[in-house]
Unconditional design. Structure first.
Length: 325
C-alpha cells in the first residue's frame, strides 16, 4: 500500500480520510513483509508501560504497527515510534462508525499490520461500531496468524470472550453487588476471539484505582447464573501495569501495580434482580512486576493467592486484614 508520498519518502503523519475513518501514519509509507510472533498485551490504563510496547514491537519484527481507536488522536504514533525505531511504520486508524468499519480500506489496513493495538476510550463504542463487522473479523484473523494483539483501558476490556460493554453508563462495585441485575450491567459476548484461552473470561482495567473488584465478582456471577459459562474467570489489570501473554498462555507482569487472576468455584447462592449478591469462594491470584502466570493451566509464580466471597452484597477476603486487593 502506498500513500501519497513516494515509496522512498518518510510518511509525515498527514491524515488520509474516508467515510467514517481517518488514517495517520509515521514511517515508511510502503508495507513490508515481516515474520511475526503472536502474543497478547493486557494493559490496565493510565500511563503506558514502555516495556509492554517494546515487547509487542519485538514480536512485530520490524513490520508495521497499527493502533486502532474509535475516537481521539494519533498520539501513539510518535510514542511507539520513539520506543521502537526499527519498526517500518506506526499508524493510527480512527474508525468512528459502523459505516467506517465496513469500508474496504479499513479491513485491508488492519490485515496488513504486524502488530495491532486497541487504544483506550469508550468500550461501548468499540462494541457498537465494530462487533460483527470486518474490523472484528480482521482483528481475529491477525491473532490467528500469529500477529501480536493488545489493548489498554477500554481496548483491554474487549479482548476476552466476555466484556463489560457499558452501554448504559459505568457501574460501581457497590451498585453491582447490591443488584447484579442493575440495568447498568451490560455484558457483551464474542465481540473478539483473539485466543481460545480467553473463552469464559473477562478482562478488566483501572482495577484497584477505581475499586472494580466488587463489580467484577458481580460480572462473573452473572455469566455463571445466566448459563453463559459453567466456570468464569478474569484477568484484571491495575493502572500503569501490563500482562504480556505468550500464545501458550504463559506470561509475565510488568509495571508498577498488580494483575489479578480470578476464577469461580461454582454457582452463586443468590444472584437475582434487586437482591444483594451472595457468591462464595472466588479464587484470586495477585501478581506484581516480575511475577508470572500461565492462563492455560491457571497457575502462577511469585504472587499471592487468596479467596473472596460476596455475602449479601459485601465482599470478604481471606487475606490478613481483609483487603480485597
Amino acid at each position: 500500500m502506498l500513500l501519497a508520498a513516494a515509496a522512498c519518502a518518510e510518511s509525515d503523519g498527514t491524515p488520509t480520510k474516508g467515510e467514517g475513518w481517518d488514517y495517520i501514519r509515521l514511517g515508511n509509507p510502503s508495507e513490508v513483509a515481516a515474520t511475526t510472533r503472536g502474543g497478547i498485551l493486557f494493559e490496565g490504563g493510565s500511563t503506558d508501560v514502555d516495556a509492554a510496547y517494546r515487547w509487542m514491537c519485538a514480536k512485530a519484527n520490524g513490520g508495521d504497527f497499527l493502533v486502532i481507536r474509535a475516537s481521539g488522536t494519533a498520539a501513539y504514533n510518535s510514542y511507539i515510534r520513539g520506543l521502537c525505531p526499527a519498526l517500518n511504520s506506526v499508524a493510527t486508524l480512527i474508525v468512528r462508525s459502523r459505516a467506517g468499519a465496513a469500508q474496504p480500506f479499513v479491513k485491508d489496513t488492519i490485515l496488513k499490520a504486524e502488530a495491532l493495538f486497541i487504544a483506550g476510550g469508550d468500550q461501548s463504542n468499540y462494541v457498537k461500531y465494530y462487533a460483527g463487522t470486518p474490523v472484528a473479523a480482521a482483528i481475529n484473523a491477525l491473532a490467528a496468524r500469529g500477529v501480536p494483539v493488545g489493548g489498554t483501558s477500554a481496548g483491554n476490556a474487549v479482548l476476552a470472550q466476555f466484556g463489560y460493554s457499558a452501554f448504559t453508563g459505568s457501574v460501581t462495585s457497590p451498585q453491582a453487588l447490591a443488584n447484579p441485575f442493575t440495568p447498568l450491567i451490560t455484558i457483551e459476548s464474542g465481540f473478539l476471539t483473539v485466543s481460545p484461552l480467553l473463552r469464559g473470561m473477562f478482562t478488566d482495567d483501572h482495577f484497584a484505582a477505581r475499586d472494580r473488584m466488587g463489580r467484577l465478582i458481580a460480572f462473573l456471577a452473572r455469566v455463571v447464573q445466566d448459563g453463559d459459562a459453567s466456570q468464569a474467570s478474569a484477568i484484571a489489570t491495575d493502572e500503569k501495569t501490563a500482562f504480556l501473554m505468550e500464545p501458550d498462555g504463559s506470561g509475565v507482569v510488568t509495571g508498577t501495580g498488580a494483575v489479578y487472576y480470578l476464577r469461580t468455584a461454582g454457582r452463586p447462592e443468590v444472584c437475582k434482580p434487586g437482591t444483594p449478591l451472595t457468591f462464595r469462594n472466588v479464587s484470586v491470584y495477585r501478581v506484581r512486576a516480575g511475577g508470572t502466570f500461565n492462563v492455560s493451566n491457571w497457575t502462577g509464580a511469585g504472587g499471592l493467592g487468596y479467596t473472596l466471597s460476596a455475602r449479601s452484597g459485601v465482599v470478604e477476603s481471606t487475606q490478613p486484614g481483609g483487603s480485597v486487593y
